[in-house]
Design a protein around this ligand. Structure first.
Ligand SMILES: *Cc1c(COP(=O)(O)O)cnc(C)c1O
Length: 368
């Protein structure tokens, strides 16, 4: 069986480091806050290119609280432009912050938000753009910032799948108001539970997000405003510090696996590979291809012992949870087509070259 991701292989490969980090947190009983929490916030900020980081309980909260601090909590009338082809959390965070997700179509080549569609969707009620760096490929942030500047919009990037990615040499959050990250276990930088972060060049904004995630606290029992609790715990911070040290090597390995897939699939006309812009340094959170009869191919792969996946089978505008937004099922045709055709192949840093070849052989067989 070749799994989609293999977290056990990662643990086994670095067990001693992980166990030592965990033992230290246990010995100190620094379960909330503590030295690892502080150190990881600094180390992740440095990793993101220098700036400030707020650590939170998950990536969804990181996006929501960043929007709330940047724009103020909305009253449900103003809009934020984002992609429909994303994990539902993007739209949930926008709605929880008090804004209407204004969903736009994707570029069929990259499966990323169509930026000209995003520009066209901007109206008098638009307050912000939330670009989603899906599958580990960043959208063209230069273009996003042009659109934002032309209309006076805020920009918070959903970088949950894009730790260590770049576009034209700039990483998530370095050109915009900031970027939210997820440390869900299967993400490129994943904790052993839930976790998230908001990175920004704006130290004040990051500090306000951190405060909002910690009861609006200004001192142990002094609270500036009524907020909420969404903190990254000490164990997760300890584990993430270990993993951050390995992330450059893991990212390099993901790229090598993706390049191998690219080579092996070149000339296979039954498969369309999701395109990567030459200016993008993708980090391949997922390696995604498009096939006709996707569900049949997926079932055949499963039968053949390949743990492929689909990200995502139902776009936000077709979700029961967002029916109230009132989109017709065919409102975003490229998004709906992508949702029917995308297929994520196994990719994780510990995956060997042989496994990549086996996946491709079995995929060819599954295509029939
Ligand atoms: C994982 C993910 C999130 C949410 O992160 P959580 O930590 O699970 O809350 C948001 N957006 C995208 C694109 C994601 O992949």
């Amino acid at each position: 069986m070749i799994p989609l991701v293999d977290l056990r292989a990662q643990y086994e490969a670095h067990r001693e480091e992980f166990d030592a980090a965990m033992a230290e947190v246990l010995a100190r009983t620094s379960f909330i806050g503590g030295p690892d929490h502080k150190a990881f916030a600094q180390e992740f900020a440095d990793f993101c290119g220098g700036g400030s980081v707020a650590l939170l309980g998950n990536g969804t909260d990181a996006l929501e609280l960043a929007l709330v601090e940047k724009l103020g909590r909305g009253d449900g009338t103003a809009e934020i432009v984002t992609a429909s082809h994303t994990f539902i959390a993007t739209a949930e965070a926008i709605e929880r912050a008090g804004y209407i997700p204004r969903l736009v179509d994707v570029d069929p080549a990259t499966c990323l938000m169509d930026l000209e569609a995003a520009a066209a969707a901007v109206g008098p009620q638009t307050k912000a753009i939330v670009p989603v760096h899906l599958y580990g490929q960043m959208v063209d942030m230069g273009r996003v910032m042009e659109i934002a500047a032309a209309h006076g919009l805020a920009v918070i990037e959903d970088a949950a799948q894009a730790h260590a990615a770049a576009f034209d040499g700039a990483g998530p959050g370095t050109l915009s108001d900031g970027a939210s990250f997820s440390f869900y276990p299967g993400k490129n930088l994943g904790a052993w539970g839930d976790g998230g972060a908001f990175f920004s060049k704006d130290a004040d904004l990051a500090a306000r997000v951190a405060k909002r995630a910690d009861h609006g606290r200004s001192d142990k029992y002094l609270h500036e405003f009524s907020a909420q609790n969404s903190r990254l715990d000490g164990l997760q911070a300890g584990i993430l510090r270990v993993k951050l040290r390995h992330l450059p090597a893991w990212t390099a390995r993901r790229r090598a696996i993706a390049a191998r897939y690219d080579d092996l699939l070149a000339g296979e006309n039954r498969i369309a590979r999701v395109a990567v812009d030459p200016r993008a340094e993708a980090v391949y959170h997922l390696y995604v291809v498009r096939v006709a009869e996707r569900d049949r191919v997926l079932a055949a792969l499963k039968e053949a012992g390949v743990g492929a996946g689909v990200h995502y089978p139902v776009p936000v505008h077709e979700q029961p949870a967002f029916r109230h937004l009132g989109y017709a099922p065919d409102a975003l045709p490229e998004t709906s087509r992508a949702a029917r055709e995308v297929l994520s192949l196994p990719i994780y840093p510990e995956m060997g070259d042989e496994a990549v070849e086996t996946v491709v052989e079995r995929l060819r067989a599954a295509l029939g």
